[in-house]
Design a binder for this molecule. Structure first.
Ligand code: MF3
Ligand code: CO
Length: 257
């Protein structure tokens, strides 16, 4: 999400509400798995979007991005130097070696799930895989910092430190977010420190953690379509996201199949 969009206070979810968010998260994870395996050379991003929408509706849920501030699709599909919010199109046909970011949100009985993955189309090519693995690892390390009593910015500090150690820059202009009945709730979850700042993590909070790592500069540009965000220097970017609940026993990832 963009930096300034959040309004309101942090909501805490009870057990029943978390169970519904888990269902939303499961549907999102299944949709990502389905589209990820369909993302082969020759397939357009619009075809992936159609598959995603029909899977979500078949599961008794609704796409959450479609219509959000006028966004036209179920998925965000961002290629190569595109970071996030790429719009699926019949003219964007996947080629071997493309770095594809798939971002998906679903609403199940009023509750939201939101997650993203990066895939290398047609299997591995060397440089890109290291960036993808570092981004996935930065998300895992950020999630491990989800501990009641810690601060939200401890997560960002962990992500930024790991990204830098691998030679990558984090995107600063876009961030993760709280989630619940709305896609974007308080608090913002930045991908950088310093630690020990921002709200305390409390059981019942649910947040989306979404590191965006760039091979070159962390600076971004927005395209004329009003949505697509790309790297300012045209170098590659990768993105992973999970919806995570804070529990007494640590993090609980809701967007697993
Ligand atoms: N995961 C993205 C986010 O948190 C998806 C938003 S795309 C939009 O910002 F189209 F819905 F805005
Ligand atoms: Co998100």
């Amino acid at each position: 999400m963009a930096k300034t969009a959040i309004r309101g206070s942090i909501s805490l979810k009870n057990k029943d509400q978390l169970a519904l968010m888990r269902e939303a998260g499961r549907i999102v994870a299944q949709t990502l798995a389905l589209t990820e395996s369909a993302a082969i050379p020759g397939v357009s991003t619009a075809e992936l979007d159609r598959m995603a929408e029909s899977h979500i509706r078949r599961s008794g849920a609704k796409p959450s991005f479609k219509g959000y501030h006028g966004y036209p699709a179920t998925l965000c599909t961002s290629l190569n130097e595109e970071i996030v919010h790429g719009i699926p199109s019949p003219s964007r046909v996947l080629r071997a070696g493309d770095l594809l970011k798939i971002d998906c949100g679903a609403i199940y009985r009023g509750w939201q799930g939101d997650a993203a993955v990066t895939v290398v189309v047609g299997g591995s090519t060397n440089g890109a895989v290291k960036l993808v693995e570092a981004t996935r690892e930065s998300l895992d390390r950020g999630i491990a910092r989800v501990q009641a009593g810690g601060h939200v910015s401890d997560i960002g500090e962990e992500i930024e430190t790991y990204a830098r150690s691998q030679g990558y820059e984090v995107v600063r202009k876009y961030c993760g977010h709280g989630i619940g009945r709305s896609l974007h709730e308080e608090p913002p979850v930045f991908n950088f420190g310093p630690p020990g700042e921002g709200p305390l993590l409390r059981p019942g909070m649910v947040i989306c953690i979404e590191p965006m790592l760039n091979a070159g500069t962390g600076e971004t540009e927005e395209l004329e379509d009003g949505w697509t965000v790309r790297t300012a220097d045209g170098k590659l970017s990768a993105h992973f996201e999970h919806t995570v609940a804070v529990t007494q026993d640590g993090p609980r990832i809701l967007t697993l199949p």
